[in-house]
Design a protein around this ligand. Structure first.
Ligand code: 4FV
Length: 253
């Protein structure tokens, strides 16, 4: 992954990823590029019109084909010669397939991602048919724009870029990297209002600590997201750890 090209009416909203945290540091380190293409810059009327009333009537407005098409094409042209790898045009919308870690890892291997963030009621279907390679949803709810979804994609994909996270191993330790929920985390103080840190984490025995963390991930996934556990083939050791977790849960409800 080398560059994101964002087609949006509100480029300023991306300061959330461009100016803060890991995504900002990685951008400043040149680990990826972030470019913006505003459909308003691809209009020809004095009102810079990018939307119009829906055919067939109904509430709200629909984004027009031409300004979006020309913005997408300008993004493709700008990558021009240096885009050795694949370019994929993705529209964020509730009609898309649900974004998950597997999709994030797939997208992190594509050199140019053009993310189209709609506004209003949606985008003219002819633009989707002619220019959009894939629709992605960040969840079954309706937002006021695709920008937040695009920022979710940027944040999740940038974490996969080697060097983006302080030390490499944490991306692998991210939730879902092994298809399971994350284990609990603790830091100082050792005792907080009578609540202690689990003994094993103070033991210094890294093999025991890793085993405890895996047991917690397995147990919490079984409790909270059995749908995820179905997708994971547990080996003998993991099966035993899950049984141990369930036994403990039974003993200390
Ligand atoms: C959305 C989602 C989403 C729909 C109409 C923008 C809005 C408006 N995008 N996952 N859920 N988009 O609700 O990605 O134009």
């Amino acid at each position: 992954m080398s560059r994101f090209d964002i087609v949006t009416l509100f480029p300023e909203t991306f300061s959330a990823v461009a100016e803060h945290g890991i995504t900002s540091r990685a951008l400043k380190q040149g680990l990826y590029q972030l470019n913006f293409w505003n459909p308003r810059d691809f209009t020809h009327d004095k009102h810079r019109t990018v939307d119009d009333r829906p055919y067939g009537g109904g509430p709200g407005m629909v984004m027009m084909v031409e300004p979006l098409r020309d913005a997408i094409r300008a993004a493709k042209e700008s990558a021009g010669a240096d885009s050795s790898g694949e370019c994929r045009v993705i529209m964020l919308s509730p009609q898309g397939s649900k974004l998950d870690q597997q999709k994030v890892i797939e997208l992190s291997n594509i050199s140019q991602l053009i993310l189209v963030a709609g506004r209003y009621e949606g985008i003219d279907e002819r633009l989707i048919e002619s220019e959009i390679d894939e629709e992605l949803s960040i969840g079954d709810y309706v937002l006021s724009g695709g920008e937040l979804g695009a920022m979710v994609v940027i944040d999740a994909v940038v974490r996969q870029i080697p060097g983006a996270l302080g030390h490499q191993d944490s991306a692998e330790q991210d939730s879902f990297s092994n298809g399971l929920l994350d284990c609990p985390h603790y830091t100082r103080p050792e005792l907080f209002e009578g609540a202690a840190v689990p003994e094993v984490l103070l033991s210094g025995n890294h093999q025991l600590i890793e085993q405890w963390r895996l047991m917690q991930s397995l147990g919490r996934t079984a409790e909270r997201r059995p749908d995820l556990l179905q997708k994971v083939d547990l080996d003998e050791k993991q099966h035993k750890l899950l049984q141990k977790y369930r036994q403990r849960a039974k003993n200390y409800p």
